[in-house]
Design a protein around this ligand. Sequence first.
Ligand code: SF4
Length: 697
Amino acid sequence: VGDRSDYDSEVKSVCAFCGVGCQISIKVKDNKVKYVEGINGPANEGRLCVKGRFGYDYIHHQHRLTKPLIRREDAPAKGLNVNPDNWQEFFREASWDEALDFAANGLKGRGREVAGFGSAKCTNEEAYLFQKFIRQGFGHNNVDHCTRLCHASSVAALIENVGSGAVTATFNEIENADVAIVIGANPLENHPVAATYFKQFTKRGGKLIVMDPRNQSLRRFATHMLQFKPGADVSMLNGIMNVIVEEGLYDEQYIAAFTEDWDAQKEHLKRFPPEKMEELCGIDADIIRAVARDFATAKAGMIFWGMGVSQHIHGTDNSRCLISLALMCGHVGRPGTGLHPLRGQNNVQGASDAGLIPMFLPDYQTVTDDGVRSAFTDVWNSGDFSNERGLTVTEIMDAVHEDKIKAMYILGENPAMSDPDVEHARDALAKLDHLVVQDIFITETANYADVILPASALYEKSGTVSNTNRTVQMLRPAVTPPGEAQEDWWIEVELAKRCGLPWDYKHPSEVFAEMAINMRSLDNITWERLEGGAVTYPSLSPEDPGQSVVFGDAFPRSEGRAKFTPAEVVSPDDMPTPEFPMVLTTGRQLEHWHTGSMTRRSKVLDAVEPEANCSLHPSTLRKLGVEPGGHVTLTTKRGSITIMAREDRAVSPDMVFVPFAYVEAAANILTNPAIDPYGKIPEFKYSAVRVEKASAS
Ligand code: SF4
C-alpha cells in the first residue's frame, strides 16, 4: 500500500465476509480503498484474518457492473458463459428507467409464478425490503436465501427446542467456559478471528474437544480430537449422552426447572451405549466416555458447531443432539455456557432475523399465524398475503421445472454455483420466462439473466448487519459505487414502485425504524444508537449494550421450558457403492469465500490460492498413482469434474474434500440435493464418489 499515512479519509465499517463481523477501518484515497485495518469491535478487538485484511480489492475490479444491462434479442442461448470483457454479444446497456421498467414488467401481475432469492451479503434493511417485496407485491411467501444452504437445520432445531433461532451465547463467552466442544466446524479457516478466542481459551487451560470427520488443524489445541466417520454425528452424540445418563452425570435440578420431555429422552438414550456406537461412528468407547465426563462435569461448557453438523439429511437431528447435550448438563443460560452455531455469511443472522425465509416473517414469526400477518399488513398498509409457508431455495428450482414458477428476482445470490446439483439449477434458470439479477459482477447466475441491475459492494453502502453473536453493527459507505451502480435498497425501492407498491423510503434508517415496529429483538436499538456503536440483542434498556448470554431465567417457549427431542440414527442419503466407493465432502478454505465471485477477483487471495483443488490422503494418491499436484476426476451420480489433487492427512483414506469456490471445477456438480425434512437443507457434506486419475494427469 506504500505510505500508510497517505489517505484522504477513514471510514469505520464491518468486514464483508464471514459471520464473525470484525469491525474495520477503511482507508480511502481518490475514491479507492487503499488498505483496511482491524479496529476495536466487540467481536474482533482489532484482529482481522487474511480475507478481511486483503480481500477488499474485488470492489475495484475491472469487471464490476457499472450500468444496467438488458439481454439482446439476438443474444446466444441463455446460460452460455458471458465473457465479462465481451458481454456486448449477450447484453446491451440500458438506462436505469428502461432496465427497471423492463424488470418490473416481467414480474408484475404474475402472483405465484414469481419467486425471489435475497442475500445474506446485503444489509438487514435490504433483506427486510426483499421479503416485503415478494409478500406484499405477489401475495405469497416464495422467498428464501442462502441460510437454506448453511444453517437452516440448526435454526429449525433451535426454534423447536429452545424457542429462538439465534445463538444462546456469544463466542466471546468461551473466556468464561472451562470446556468447549467444536463440532463440524473449521474455525481456523472459516471463522479465523473467532478461532483466536478459542486458542486463547486453551492457553489459559480450557479443555477444547474437537469433533470432525477431518483431522483439521484445530486439533493442535484440543485435549480430545474425535475424527468420527462422516455422517455418524447422531450415533457419536447419543453415545456421549448415554454415558452421562448411565453415570448419573446430568444436572437433575436444571432439567427439572428448565426443560420438558426429559423422561422420554433419558429412556431413548439407553439404546446407545458407547460400545454399540463405537462401530457406527468410529470413536473408541473409552474416548466417548472421557469426553462425556469432561463436558458433563465442567462448571461451564459451550458447544460450537458449523455446517458439518447442519448440511446433512439428518442435520436437524444433529442439532437436536447438541441442544439435548447442553440442556442435560445445565450448560445454557449462565456465563461460559451456551449453544452457538457459527454463522457463515456476514449477515446470514440478520437476513434470517429480517424474515428472508419462506416460513417466517421478521423475528421468526410464523406466516401461518393470522395475527402475525395482520400486524405486518397494518404497518405495510396493504392487504393480506398467503398463510401458506413458501417454497425454499431448492424447492423453487423444482417448481421451475414443474412450470409453477416462471419468473425470478435474484439479489446477490449465485444459485448456478451454490445449489446442490447445479446442473438441475442451471436448467431451471434457463427455463424461466424472466430473470432479474441484481449483483456486482456478471456471475454464473447472471449468464441466465434477462436484465442485470448493477448493485453495490458492502464497502459502498449504508445499513446494518447482525453477526453470529446477535450483534447489530453499522455499515458505512467508504467509496461510491462505480459508474451508475446503486445501493441495493435503492434498486429494490425503485423496482417495487414500478410493480405498483406504495414505497417511499428515502434512506435505510427509515426501513430500520419500520422493522423495529414488529421486531421485539430490536427493542431499545435505534439507528441513532447504532451510529454510536454496536449493540447485541436483546438489549434490555437504551443503555444496555446487550445480553451476551440469554435464557438464564426462562426460554421463549411454552411455560418457559426448553425441550428434549430424541434423535434416531439415520444413514446419509447417498451411501458408497462399489461404483462410487468413497465419500465426498465439500466446504470452504481460508482464502476463498463461497462461490468465489469476490475472493477470486481479489489479487492477494487469488495469488495465494489460484487453482481449483481437492484434498486426498497420501495413501489414496499412491493407490491412484497420482503425484500431489496431479489431477483426478471425481464422479458422482450427478456429474463429474477434473481437479488438482493435494496431499492432505486431515482427510481419511476413503474421503475427498472439495472447496466449492471454483467455477472451473464446481463442487456442486457433484453434490446431492437430498434434503433434511425439517430444515430443508441439502446434504452437501456427504455424497458417494468415484475418484480416478485424470486421463491427462
Ligand atoms: Fe472478516 Fe470473518 Fe476474517 Fe473477521 S474473521 S476479518 S469477519 S472474514
